[in-house]
Every structure is written in C-alpha cells, then in structure tokens.
Ligand binder design. Sequence first.
Ligand code: SAM
Length: 280
Amino acid sequence: MPEQACLYIVPTPIGNLSDISHRALGVLTDVDLIAAEDTRHSARLLHHYNITTRTISLHTHNESARSALLIEKLLSGTSVALISDAGTPLISDPGFTFVAACRREDIKVIALPGPCALTTALSASGLPTDVFTFFGFLPVKQQAKQNVLEHAAYTHHTAVFYEAPRRIKATVDMCMRVLPASCHFVLAKEISKTFETYISGSAQTLLDYLNLESAHEKGEFVLMLHLAKEKDEDLPIEAIALLDELGSLLPPKRAAAVVSKHYKVNKKQLYEFALKAKES
Ligand code: SAM
C-alpha cells in the first residue's frame, strides 16, 4: 500500500509579497500538488518565487467534489498544499469542508503559521486582545447586520469584522446610529500595502475619514470595535438591590460597607454607586 501523504495549510501574503516564510516556500516547492482558491491569481505568487508545482483549483463552488478527489490523492501518497488568494486558508476563505474531511479520514494536517488580516489588524489596534471575537464578514441584510453589531458590542470584548469596500461606509454609518457613542473603533485599511492606514476613535471619526476623499473608501478593510463596560455593570445585581434597600435606612458610606462585606465587592465602587443613586 502506498504511504499516506500530508495536507499542508499554507498562508500567503495579504499585500506585501515578502510576507511569506522560508518554510512556506519550501513546502510549496516540495509538495506534489497545490490546491489554490484561484489558480490564475496564485500563479503570480508562485511565478515570483520560481515555484513550478502543479496547481488545481479548490474554491467555494467546487470544494465538496474537489475534497473527494484530493483525499483519494492524499491516501495514495500525493502530498498537497492548500492556499487561498491571500492570507490564511479557511479564515473567511474556502477549505473547511476539505480539512474536516481530511480529519475524518485520519489524514495528517499540518498548518503553517503566517499572514492573516485578522491577527495582524488586531495586534496593531490598541484594543484589548486578551479576549476577542472574530465575526468574519458582516451580514449584508440590514437587520441581520444590526443584530450582529449590537451583539458584538455588548459582549464587551473586542470584535473583529472583515468588510467589503462597497459596504464599509454604510456599516460605519450603522455603527454610529445603533451603538453607544462610547464605543471605540479601529479601522485597518490596506495592511502591508503602500497605503496602509489605521484610523482609531469614534464611529464619527471613521466616517469623517471615509467621507474625506473617495480613495479612502477603496481597498481592503478590517473593522474592530470595543465597548468598555460601564463601571457599574461589574456590580452583581443582588448587591445593587441591597444597596438600594439600605439607601433609605443608612448613610451611603455605611450602606456601601454593609453590602461590600456581604457580597465581597469593592466598597469604594459601591459607595460611588450609592452617591450617584442618591443624586439622581
Ligand atoms: N484569509 C484571509 C486572511 O487570512 O485574512 C482573508 C480572506 S477574506 C476573503 C478577504 C478580507 O480580508 C478582505 O475583504 C478584508 O476584509 C480582509 N483583508 C485581507 N487582506 C487585507 C489587507 N491587506 N488589509 C486589510 N484587510 C484585509
């Protein structure tokens, strides 16, 4: 029986052709076959690096059929590298059906680390990176888009979206209308290309930038947002309820001390909350 081969997932540059690792070039040179999202698009990269490996297409419309064919090849010893038009395959790109099928067949899958607009934009954003959610492309339908944006903001984690240039202005405009003014945005445009730009601030700041000149709306975009929690949102609801009860019986400082002891929450925060409640 022939020895089973391995599938390599190989990230390719998202703008700057130099952003490809030695290892990635070695794999693309050495494998028997490269499955590419668009073989003509990838030909430019392969030609640039004098890679002459045979290519075959694997895109959204033929992925199921191609997966079956490629699995047969892998099982009979043909090594395969999967690439997309740019960045990391499977990240808002084809490949999921194929990789899942490889796993089911116990075919070895090796992913190489490399370029990805999501992680690159996030790392430069200045937004919290300890917990974040990637939503891929936003829905096109207005209500669905609004629902996703609101859901994303109120997780209070950094949210990352890919957005098409023809929709970026309308999306930022929607953010301005439906999300709180305190929501912080970063727009990463044309990462690793000549006109790489990061715009940071309110939705209005981003909209002003996009409206300034028509060139600002062109290119590739990663939109990120973070809605910080109001300080009071950290307080357990039961603690707030007790503080309210005690508010009419005790001075704020004393009420805060009692609740703090009972619920093990910060006394100063409770005191400030009690003072605010008294004023309002
Ligand atoms: N697989 C790719 C990756 O790893 O990032 C993403 C492919 S997805 C089809 C293309 C989207 O990624 C673009 O519409 C844009 O939102 C984002 N993107 C890709 N390259 C980018 C770049 N150089 N600058 C900003 N965003 C980029």
